[in-house]
Design a protein around this ligand. Structure first.
Ligand code: RP5
Length: 170
């Protein structure tokens, strides 16, 4: 039986440095995943083929990262009922605000979830996909609880006073 998987797609090679953070987290949780470059405007036929075969390919969640006009998440969502998690890429000209507004402002009817701009968004999209998988998989659910415990433990009560050390060195 084929394993359920998360598919990570991005509009360009230049998006990889952001989206690789999503892949890292999915791999840490041993969730099957695949990664592809699919551009809504540069490779529209690839986009169509991908979206039409996604269900058959056991994809349960799609993480779609795009920058600028950022129509990839919405276009994919229009061609499949698989949930699409949109990650706005931090663009050069507008720091990703253009990508964010483009993805978040989907008109009524074809929804896409929208995450934070850039690295936090890529990581949170992976964690969100993991939450969805955790609904039906006890082991993933236990791992996610442990992950969150570690996150909590990593936050110290007292801040490190590094700035003081730096001042003393001057
Ligand atoms: C979008 O245009 C991509 O998602 C990327 O974020 C942006 C810029 O692409 P490149 O010009 O770097 O290929 O399609």
């Amino acid at each position: 039986m084929k394993k359920d998987k998360v598919s990570i797609i991005m509009g360009s090679q230049s998006d990889w440095k952001t989206l690789q953070l999503a892949e890292n987290i999915l791999n840490d949780f041993k969730i099957s995943n695949e990664v592809k470059i699919i551009s809504a405007h540069r490779t529209p036929e690839r986009l169509y083929r991908y979206a039409k075969n996604a269900h058959k390919n056991n994809i349960k969640v799609i993480i779609a990262g795009a920058g600028g006009a950022a129509h990839l998440p919405g276009m994919v969502a229009s061609l499949t009922k698989i949930p699409v998690l949109g990650v706005p890429i931090e663009s050069k000209l507008m720091n990703g605000l253009d990508s964010l507004l483009s993805i978040v402002q989907m008109p009524y009817g074809i929804p896409t979830a929208t995450f934070a701009i850039g690295e936090a968004g890529a990581k949170n999209a992976a964690l969100f996909a993991i939450s969805l998988f955790a609904n039906n998989d006890k082991n993933i659910s236990i791992k996610l609880s442990k992950w969150r415990e570690d996150l909590t433990k990593a936050v110290s009560v007292i801040p490190e006073r590094k700035w003081k050390i730096m001042l003393l060195k001057i």
